[in-house]
Write a protein that binds this ligand. Sequence first.
Ligand SMILES: [Zn+2]
Length: 235
Amino acid sequence: MSVLSDLLAVQTTDIAISQAKHRVSHLQEMVDRDVAKRTLAEIDAQIAICDAEIVASNAEITKVDRFSHEHDDKLIKLNRQLKTVIAPREAEALQHEIATVTSERSALDDRELELMGIVESAELRKSELAPLQLSAKSSLVAATMALSSAKQKIDAEIALLTEQRSAQALVVPQSLMSTYEAKRKHRPDGAVCRLTGPTCGSCHLDISQGEINSLRTLPVDEFPECPHCGSFIVF
Ligand SMILES: [Zn+2]
């Protein structure tokens, strides 16, 4: 085997390594894991909204309760006062105040009922979300495991290819390896290629028969290159 065909073998492995690396960063399992992550995050966010509603409503219920007690105390006091007044105008004023406090008290009751309704419906939504959250969590665990096993598989493949590449590179002279690396920067998959008929396997341009003949008869220490793209040519 010529040294250029040894180099071509290195390139084949290098291409396989790049393809494996590309695959590892474009795994369907990664997409699936991200979807599972987003689904769980959306459910968590909805539950957090319910929790916030429950906390805020309960805090307001406590406040409303305190106001209601204050109103009850005030009503007891006013009714007691009403029994002791004699002047009709004073009694009228007290009755007016009692009516105002009673109507405020009733508005507080209404608000408390409303808040209890909010808490109840938030609790209901939470109980509906709980099984969804549970299944989203297990989906995420499964997707994470699938991703990690898919990655492991390709990582093992890359490790094997890397080992193979080191062995293949051993038989290629170091100076040729350096030139190959430099050429690969511009043509990652075509630093070295074969001809298909008169066509360069790297740039796909035709090389004239005269040029091919002179490439074939180069001295042994010179490597044939495509006149168009500079790719090494394996005959
Ligand atoms: Zn070419």
